[in-house]
Design a binder for this molecule. Structure first.
Ligand SMILES: Cc1cc2nc3c(=O)[nH]c(=O)nc-3n(C[C@H](O)[C@H](O)[C@H](O)COP(=O)(O)OP(=O)(O)OC[C@H]3O[C@@H](n4cnc5c(N)ncnc54)[C@H](O)[C@@H]3O)c2cc1C
Length: 349
């Protein structure tokens, strides 16, 4: 049970409770019936889940209400995301699309026509969207590496191919060959795209952190249930100090990650610069999630790595989460730069 000293309003508890109920009551039964080698919830099952979620008002949590979304603040979104992440295919998107796909926030800075075309359609039609920042020139420092200027899916010369990776949800490579983009597709001002993406990076990092907290919390719950009923050498696993310490360490780490995430989201909502706080939350959250899921798998023994349980899915996805949305080293660099100032780039005070 999360620390409630932040005085979360009743409506937020109700909303996160409704999301937790939806995950347990609707998403988990669908996932349990899928074959062991499934990598996602298939469209035939996802459609009805989306219809139910939309009917229940659990739709595109982060999109502004005026466009048909939930209008959640960053703080509200991390609280809800933690609950939405407690299922097998919750990477990269908690809910696996059942709660819709909130459009990338850069689109809200678009013209009225662009918002109608991309934002409203994404929310109404449950289109999935993505943000392509990383380029062959390097993803860790996009401010230097970005060469592409704008595109629209289906534009002649634009090619989209799947790149299989460790986690269930594979990534996509988009390439361009003499691709002409009309000027009306430009969002904001020319040359200012990376600044627009900064807000997306903060919100995205917070969601990665919240997702890791939710998954680690669920992995802990599964391992605790197991330790309470599994006997080896005539005694419950729960009596073994090695198991107790792993469980205690998981609790400490999850609570710490949640506090960092909530603090960063709260700072962002107050209109303060939350970039470093978001880096701290994403760095600690994803590294913590990987450590905790690994430790909980160990408590479950062979069952821990079985595909019928979600832990091995989360383990693979969390390994990827330590690289996407900024590798851990980049977040350490950003935090160090904030502390060291100009000296971090070699300039003397
Ligand atoms: C499954 C998946 C999904 C993805 N989805 C998206 C997406 O939707 N949109 C998108 O834009 N991108 C996406 N990416 C790309 C991802 O953001 C990049 O892989 C990531 O930012 C790292 O960039 P890179 O792979 O070019 O590694 P590089 O920039 O080449 O860095 C390689 C490694 O070097 C180390 N390193 C780099 N710089 C430093 C430094 N200054 N100090 C110390 N160590 C350093 C880090 O350990 C880093 O992992 C995805 C990647 C994967 C695997």
């Amino acid at each position: 049970m999360p620390f409630d000293g932040f005085g979360l309003p009743d409506e937020l508890w109700l909303l996160s409770g409704a999301v937790a109920d939806f995950v347990r009551g609707e998403i988990l039964p669908v996932e349990e019936d899928l074959p062991a080698d499934a990598r996602e919830i298939p469209p035939a099952q996802l459609g009805p889940l989306q219809a139910e979620a939309r009917e229940a008002g659990l739709w595109c949590f982060e999109a502004p209400e005026r466009y048909g979304g939930g209008g959640l603040s960053a703080f509200q979104a991390v609280v809800v995301t933690e609950q939405a992440a407690k299922h097998r295919f919750s990477f990269p998107l908690p809910g696996a699309g059942a709660f819709g796909f909130s459009p990338p926030v850069v689109l809200y800075r678009g013209s009225r026509e662009q918002i109608e075309r991309y934002v409203v359609s994404t929310i109404e039609q449950a289109w999935s969207s993505f943000t392509a920042i990383s380029e062959p020139t390097g993803g860790s420092d996009p401010a230097r590496a970005i060469r592409t200027v704008a595109v629209d899916a289906g534009t002649p010369g634009m090619n989209v191919t799947t790149v299989p990776v460790l986690r269930d949800h594979w990534s996509t490579e988009v390439s361009f060959d003499d691709c002409e983009v009309p000027v009306e597709n430009l969002i904001g001002e020319e040359g200012q795209g990376f600044q627009l993406a900064q807000e997306w990076l903060v919100r995205g990092r917070l969601l990665y952190a919240a997702q890791a907290v939710g998954v680690a919390e669920e992995a802990l719950r599964i391992a605790v249930d197991w330790a309470r009923q599994r006997e080896t050498f005539g005694a419950l696993l729960a009596t073994r100090q090695a198991v107790q310490f792993a469980i205690a360490d998981a609790r400490v780490e999850i609570n710490a990650a949640r506090h960092l995430t909530w603090e960063a989201a709260y700072t962002h909502d107050k209109g303060q610069d939350a970039r470093t706080a978001a880096s701290i939350a994403k760095l600690f959250g994803t590294e913590m999630g990987f450590r905790v899921v690994d430790a909980m798998m160990q408590i479950l023994g062979g069952m821990g790595v079985a595909k019928e349980l979600p832990l091995e899915h989360w383990f693979r996805a969390l390994r990827v989460s330590r690289i996407v949305e900024g590798p851990s080293e980049i977040h350490r660099y950003l935090v160090a730069r904030e502390i060291l100032g100009a000296a971090a780039t070699g300039k003397r005070a």
